[in-house]
Design a binder for this molecule. Structure first.
Ligand SMILES: *[C@@H]1O[C@H](CO)[C@@H](O)[C@H](O)[C@H]1NC(C)=O
Ligand SMILES: *[C@@H]1O[C@H](CO)[C@@H](O)[C@H](O)[C@H]1NC(C)=O
Ligand SMILES: *[C@@H]1O[C@H](CO)[C@@H](O)[C@H](O)[C@H]1NC(C)=O
Ligand SMILES: *[C@@H]1O[C@H](CO)[C@@H](O)[C@H](O)[C@H]1NC(C)=O
Ligand SMILES: *[C@@H]1O[C@H](CO)[C@@H](O)[C@H](O)[C@H]1NC(C)=O
Ligand SMILES: *[C@@H]1O[C@H](CO)[C@@H](O)[C@H](O)[C@H]1NC(C)=O
Length: 434
């Protein structure tokens, strides 16, 4: 009896001890998450996987729950939701990966991986669904035509998530001068904000403006808005007086600024000049700057006089005048009785022999001071009127150009002059001797 009581007691102690041991061991094998459920950012339309990795799951179960709606998406290996875009892969007892196909905005939010332990264990990962920027055409400015002095607002609206930033630039890279929300003028190569307030625009504002929308989700998008500032024609003549010799070619130039593109006509004595054998009219264009060149070949007596370039567009008209005058032949060298050598030398150096083809084509550009430095142009938004209809003076350089004079000729003149000096001395000696 005693022995059996002892055995029972021992068995009881062992049992209790093993119970105690089991309790410790059972605590050890409680399930746990081996990594956090990640936060995922993904552009709409793509597929996404949200993993939940569990250790020692045992007989516990794993559920996926949408945090905001509390909707149960899956329990263990069964998909509960009726959302056909959602599926689950449960390849082993560790990995429970929630797949969402063709992600939509409504999928944004928290995804909870829950274990039905007591107490419950869970982890949450957040899914962010982003949208690349998109220009809203109906709220975005289209091309604009206006006149100088008006105020213009360019607007560009873009949607996207996160909210896109709008940046403005000019296509030609020139700085933009616009008014900010505090009513101050700003001048920078790029501006930020949905609207661009252009105050009292002038011709320098002409061109394409680009609004670029970006929110960090590629691709960024841009919209091109063409601004045209119309103004009546203005004419600048740099050389109103052009000296020319018989038989040479004269170049008459008329610098125009006008928008819309004007009608340009050269006239002499009220008659319209057209291109042909005698005349050639060039009209190179650079935005609203136009340089028209009239070439008159083989100048004769009838060609001297006043030429007019008349220009008009829908906003007005302007006229410029250029006069060609005869540069008299140089007074001939005193005709002494010279040896034959001298007379032949004289002839080859005559002004009439200047080759007609010599017609230096310098690249003048238009309004050179401005166009060289485009940035500077921006600094004086008002058109520099002082340049217009001024400078009546003759530029010797230009008249040389018209006459076709060049270095080679002047050198030969000098040469022949010295030869002739020798001839004169020779002839005087001759006379003295005789
Ligand atoms: C996910 O984002 C939440 C806040 O939105 C943050 O508390 C959590 O630590 C993030 N999880 C991971 C895995 O980075
Ligand atoms: C964009 O245009 C729509 C319709 O024209 C209008 O209802 C909406 O308020 C506009 N949005 C903005 C930001 O101007
Ligand atoms: C243009 O805007 C300026 C500054 O806001 C204002 O003073 C001016 O009156 C406006 N001009 C026109 C024609 O609306
Ligand atoms: C948008 O502009 C704000 C303020 O200028 C800036 O903090 C933010 O980083 C910009 N976001 C993007 C996507 O460029
Ligand atoms: C402008 O020129 C065109 C063609 O030369 C002519 O038909 C038109 O009447 C002119 N307009 C003005 C306002 O002079
Ligand atoms: C704008 O800035 C540029 C260079 O930063 C400068 O050359 C130009 O004069 C400025 N224009 C105006 C109107 O302030």
């Amino acid at each position: 009896m005693k022995i059996s009581t002892r055995v029972v007691l021992l068995a009881l102690i062992l049992y209790l001890y093993s119970m105690e041991e089991c309790k410790v061991r059972c605590d050890e094998v409680l399930p746990s998450f081996s990594e956090p459920v990640p936060n995922v950012t993904i552009p709409a339309g793509r597929d996404v996987d949200i993993p939940c990795v569990v250790e020692n799951l045992g007989f516990n179960r794993v559920a996926w729950i949408k945090v905001e709606t509390k909707a149960i998406l899956s329990i263990h290996d069964h998909v509960i939701t009726r959302n056909y875009r959602i599926s689950l892969s449960h390849v082993d007892s560790r990995n429970f990966v929630l797949h969402i196909k063709n992600v939509k905005e409504s999928d944004r939010g928290g995804y909870m991986c829950q274990l039905n332990t007591a107490p419950m264990m869970s982890q949450v990962g957040y899914l962010d669904v982003v949208f690349p920027p998109q220009i809203q055409r109906e709220n975005t400015s289209s091309d604009i035509i206006t006149t100088e002095g008006s105020n213009v607002t360019l607007t560009c609206v873009a949607k996207g998530y996160p909210t896109p930033n709008i940046t403005w630039r000019r296509e030609d890279g020139q700085p933009i001068v616009s008014m900010n929300n505090e009513g101050q003028l700003e001048n920078d190569s790029k501006m930020v904000g949905e609207s661009l307030f252009l105050i009292r625009v002038d011709r320098h504002y002409n061109g394409a403006y680009l609004c670029i929308a970006m929110n960090g989700v590629p691709p960024s998008v841009s919209q091109r808005i063409l601004l045209q500032v119309y103004f009546p024609p203005e004419i600048m003549i740099k050389n109103n007086l052009i000296g020319a010799h018989f038989g040479t070619t004269a170049l008459l130039k008329c610098y125009i600024q006008a928008l819309p593109f004007p009608n340009i006509v050269w006239k002499k004595d009220g008659k319209i000049i057209s291109s042909g054998k005698k005349y050639e009219i060039d009209i190179p264009i650079k935005k609203y700057k136009i340089e028209t060149v009239l070439r008159i070949r083989d100048i004769q007596l009838v060609d001297f006089g006043i030429y007019r370039c008349t220009v008009n567009n829908s906003l007005g008209q302007a006229e410029g005048e250029v006069q060609i005058y005869d540069i008299p032949k140089p007074t001939s060298v005193p005709t002494l009785t010279l040896p034959t050598l001298c007379s032949t030398t004289m002839e080859t150096s005559s002004w009439n022999d200047i080759p007609r083809s010599s017609e230096p084509e310098k690249d003048h550009g238009y309004f050179p001071k401005e166009s060289v430095q485009t940035a500077k142009e921006e600094s004086s938004p008002l058109y520099d009127d002082t340049n217009i209809r001024e400078s009546k003076s003759i530029k010797s350089e230009e008249s040389m150009e018209a006459s076709g004079g060049n270095k080679a000729d002047s050198q030969s003149v000098v040469f022949s002059a010295s030869v002739c000096g020798l001839c004169v001395v020779l002839s005087i000696l001759n006379e003295v001797i005789t």
